[in-house]
Design a protein around this ligand. Structure first.
Ligand code: ADP
Length: 692
């Protein structure tokens, strides 16, 4: 019995039943089920039969219309043109007379165009079924006989069973496919540490599976807790715009991050939480969205949004899919970010390691070098790759066991750092004084696996200290001589022992000369202090030499002529600019010319300047007393004066040429001397031309 109707009373029914069951024995396809019922009902009732299956995503019906001879037409009607929706509220198979229906309904629907007089309609609603698996289905017999009613009443239940069966199978198949894709994507996500690759997966396959216009991710900024959208996922409308940033709680994304709950919205603009500013500035239009929190170990790292479902509405099923993806996605983003942090940290350490001017190495528990930077390699005069694998003790030939001892101390991890002063004996070179600082590196279990050692070369610092001591000694000595002379003569004058006016005159002359010398020396020492402190060594700039010669040469020429010397100059016009500093070059020229005049009792002095391939050449030559060959190498040292100059009591400090050499060195210039004792000297300098 079906719905109280016995088969025997309706022989058509059992034949129809039999044919349908036969037809659909192994069929699970919704469309096939509809086609088969349409065909069998039309054949058995000899009435045109129509079955419409709701395709809610496309907003239309798929239709099968079969005439009594069994010819089936398959059609597609939009919902609006079909005229079916108003009839879906009918709960039982019912006859509808065309005459009884409102005119508007009859005129507006395709359905009524099929019938002359009446329809027998039977909506099959999924809500009436336990599984609710199939879409809304509508059965209509066109111009039926009265007896058709019982038959239809009997058949709708059977039809529901088959529709359900097919619906369930379609559903299961779809889920199987979706979860297979999700599992593939999850695997791909867990297999990459590259954040860009993750974003590519989101833009491509993940977006396709979810059937949405766009996917976006916003990450929670650790300090501000603001939610910042990932630019590269936002698409071309956002490229010219500032980053999209929401406060905690602001917009749907902010709400989801704060409440850690997913949200399904099918009409964004009607949701009070929606923050429409982003749409307004970008021109993008948000209709629907699913937004879920991305969590790693209870911590919300961001949110994941699927925006604008391409057809139909977002459903719980979509949410399930997105949630299935969110776990692997959050883990992949977290891992990629951690990995990027580790890489950045490694690069920073590498850069620090490589660029540090101090020698840096790591050694293992056995004291074997595992890493070394180039400064360390230079210190021990071996290439980096030859240093790695050697024992620290062997490199420094430490027989006393000092190195073993500090390694031991570092390994015990009782001290934060250890240190040692070390002499490094080298072949052909003086020994190096090194300072060695070490810090233990502990592993996860707190054990020391490695020690970092830093090597500082104290030799240079000690040398600088020694030079400073020398300079002080020199200064005291050099200042002492003129001071003692001044003191002696002034005392003689004071005590009135000098009666003859010409002697007093001579004594005053000595005092004046020595005071001049003192003053000059003090000035020079200040200049030296400035040069050494780098004050004169400001950044080099182009210097024009012709105006400089015009300023420096005339007073020097006057002095030479006053002394009875011949002064000649041959300066090429339009010399190219040279790199350096005006004050520095003035100092160079003044010192060289001052010496030439000072050390030339008679004869001539020449200055020449011309442009050559290697730079601008400047030559200062004289017919003076010359320099003994053995002194040439010492000329540029501090306080050095030749014996010949001292013997002749020619005033000087021995600082001028030192300053000349230092200044030229700062500007990459060079100086050479040629001299013949008793004949004269030539000082040649080369100045670097400004490269254009
Ligand atoms: P100063 O001239 O004050 O003694 P310098 O450093 O300028 O100091 O020169 C160092 C020494 O080099 C001079 O004392 C002198 O012995 C020698 N010297 C420099 N220039 C000449 C020169 N043109 N002819 C001979 N000797 C020179």
């Amino acid at each position: 019995m079906i719905n109280g109707v016995r088969h025997e009373e309706h022989p058509d029914m059992s034949a129809l039943w039999h044919d349908v069951v036969n037809d659909l024995q192994h069929v699970y396809d919704l469309h096939f089920v509809c086609a088969s019922f349409s065909y069998q009902i039309a054949r058995h009732t000899q009435t045109r039969t129509l079955i419409a299956l709701d395709d809610s995503e496309a907003q239309c019906y798929d239709l099968w219309v079969t005439d009594p001879e069994g010819a089936t037409k398959q059609l597609k009607w939009t919902k609006a043109e079909s005229g079916i929706p108003p009839l879906m509220s009918i709960s039982q198979p019912t006859f509808l007379e065309k005459m009884d229906r409102p005119a508007a309904e009859i005129l507006s629907g395709n359905l009524w165009l099929q019938a002359h007089q009446r329809l027998l309609v039977a909506p099959l609603l999924p809500t009436a079924r336990p599984y609710q698996a199939f879409p809304q289905t509508f059965l209509a017999l066109i111009d039926p006989t009265d007896s058709n009613l019982q038959l239809i009443k009997g058949i709708v239940n059977l039809m529901c069973v088959y529709l359900d069966r097919a619906g369930l199978r379609t559903d299961v198949d779809r889920r199987t496919i979706e979860f297979a894709v999700i599992s593939d994507i999850s695997q791909a996500l867990s297999g990459t540490l590259d954040i860009h690759q993750i974003y590519q997966l989101l833009k491509g396959p993940i977006r396709q599976v979810l059937n949405v216009e766009t996917l976006s991710i916003a990450l929670v900024e650790p300090v501000t807790e603001d939610i910042v959208f990932v630019d590269s996922l936002l698409g071309p409308r956002f490229t010219q715009l500032p980053p999209v940033r929401l406060k905690r709680g602001q917009g749907i994304a902010g709400w989801v991050a704060e409440h850690r709950e997913p949200v399904i919205i099918n009409n964004a603009y009607s949701d009070q939480r929606f923050f429409s500013d982003v749409d307004r500035t970008s021109g993008f239009r948000t209709h629907s969205m699913i937004c879920i929190p991305l969590q790693v170990n209870e911590r919300t790292i961001g949110i994941f949004q699927a925006i604008n479902r391409k057809s139909g509405k977002f459903s719980d099923r979509d949410l399930q899919l997105i949630q299935a993806l969110a776990g692997p996605l959050a883990a992949a983003i977290e891992n990629a970010n951690l990995h990027a942090d580790v890489l950045a940290e490694m690069r920073r350490t590498e850069a620090l390691f490589a660029t540090l001017s101090e020698g840096l190495i790591t050694v293992n528990r056995e004291g074997i070098i595992t890493r070394a930077n180039s400064a360390f390699a230079a210190l021990v005069s071996r290439p980096v790759e030859k240093v790695i694998g050697l024992s620290l003790r062997d490199i420094f030939r430490d027989r006393k066991g000092d190195i073993d001892q500090i390694i031991e101390r570092a390994l015990s991890a009782t001290e934060d750092s250890v240190e040692l002063a070390l002499e490094f004996a080298r072949e052909d070179h003086p020994a190096l004084s090194l300072y060695l600082g070490g810090a233990p590196v502990t592993n996860d279990t707190g054990q020391v696996d490695e020690i970092i050692f830093i090597f500082s070369d104290l030799t240079e610092a000690q040398e600088v200290e020694r030079m400073r001591d020398d300079l002080f000694e020199g200064i005291i000595h050099e200042l002492g001589t003129p001071l003692a002379t001044i003191l002696m003569y002034s005392r003689l004058l004071q005590k009135g022992r000098v009666r003859q006016p010409d002697r007093a005159e001579r004594f005053l002359g000595v005092i004046e000369r020595e005071s001049d010398r003192l003053q000059r020396m003090i000035r020079q020492m200040l200049d030296i202090a400035k040069i050494e402190a780098g004050e004169i060594r400001r950044s080099p700039e182009p210097v024009l030499l012709n105006p400089l010669f015009e300023e420096v040469l005339p007073p020097m020429a006057d002095r030479a002529i006053q002394k009875g010397l011949l002064f000649r100059q041959r300066i090429e016009p339009d010399l190219p600019p040279v790199m350096g500093e005006i004050e520095g070059y003035k100092l160079v020229l003044n010192n060289l010319l001052d010496n030439a005049i000072k050390f030339t009792p008679s004869g001539s002095i020449q200055v020449a300047a011309w442009k050559a391939d290697e730079g601008v050449m400047v030559e200062v030559s004289d017919d003076g007393i010359g320099i003994p060959p053995g002194s040439i190498n010492n000329l540029f040292r501090r306080f050095y004066r030749t014996q010949t100059a001292v013997e002749r009591s020619i005033a000087g400090s021995g600082l001028g040429l030192y300053m000349v050499k230092e200044s030229l060195r700062n500007y990459n210039g060079s100086i050479e001397v040629e001299s013949t004792l008793g004949k004269g000297s030539v000082f040649k300098i080369i100045l670097p031309i400004v490269q254009t």
